[in-house]
Design a protein around this ligand. Structure first.
Ligand code: SF4
Length: 214
């Protein structure tokens, strides 16, 4: 298995406890990992920042899913429980599924913000498993072609761009709400072309702004 890239913004020691969950608007966000297989040019952690919306999302270790379930409490007090953070949640697939199942069992709604590389990373189609406990997925498409994707996202796994496109198509088949995203204003990115790629695969599309990760 290819090792995910470590978080370059990680500190050697933590004076403060890790941010395992955090609230933005009416949603609760779960910070499962700060690692991923990409090194996006627009990512705060690759631009010497440890923070997203004033939350420091670097982690000193892998959070225990049972602890996160306890911290979430009643998920119905939020519009959605979102798996996001400073890394790729599907890298911790078992923990993600455990927490999402607990949220669903308590009447909550789940959303996964992903780079769409989970199936490539795990070398199997993870979409049917996600469909058992994830209500909505937001997939970072990021570019209208492989060349641009490589330029902006620097994937460590070969064939990442085609894997994202395939993931969007599979997810649209299995999961009720699937939205592909790209960043408006990022050099060379053609938002209309990204929108067409998403629609061709049965997904919705949303243009993102530069300060959002996941
Ligand atoms: S933007 Fe997301 S996928 Fe890209 S490097 Fe940052 S955490 Fe990883």
């Amino acid at each position: 298995m290819v090792k995910p890239r470590p978080n370059p913004a990680k500190r050697v020691c933590h004076a403060e406890p890790d941010t395992l969950i955090y609230v933005i608007g009416h949603n609760l966000y779960v910070n499962l990992t700060d690692r991923c297989t990409l090194a996006c040019s627009f990512c705060p952690k690759h631009n010497n920042s440890k923070e997203v919306r004033d939350y420091n999302l670097t982690l000193s270790n892998r959070p225990d899913p049972e602890k996160i379930i306890q911290l979430i409490g009643d998920p119905q007090q939020y519009d959605e429980v979102v798996f996001c953070g400073f890394g790729e949640p599907t890298l911790r697939l078992k923990a993600l599924i455990r927490i999402a199942n607990a949220v669903k069992a308590s009447g909550g709604k789940t959303r996964l913000n992903t780079d769409g590389l989970g199936s490539l990373f795990h070398k199997e189609d993870i979409v049917p498993l996600l469909a058992t406990c994830i209500d909505a997925v937001s997939v970072s498409l990021n570019a209208q072609n492989e060349h641009l994707y490589e330029k902006h996202c620097s994937p460590s796994l070969p064939h990442s761009y085609s894997a994202v496109l395939s993931f969007i198509e599979r997810a649209s088949h299995w999961i009720p709400e699937v939205t592909a995203t790209a960043i408006d204003g990022l050099e060379g990115v053609d938002i209309s072309a990204c929108q067409i790629l998403a629609k061709e695969r049965g997904a919705q599309f949303r243009a993102r702004t530069l300060d959002q990760v996941g």
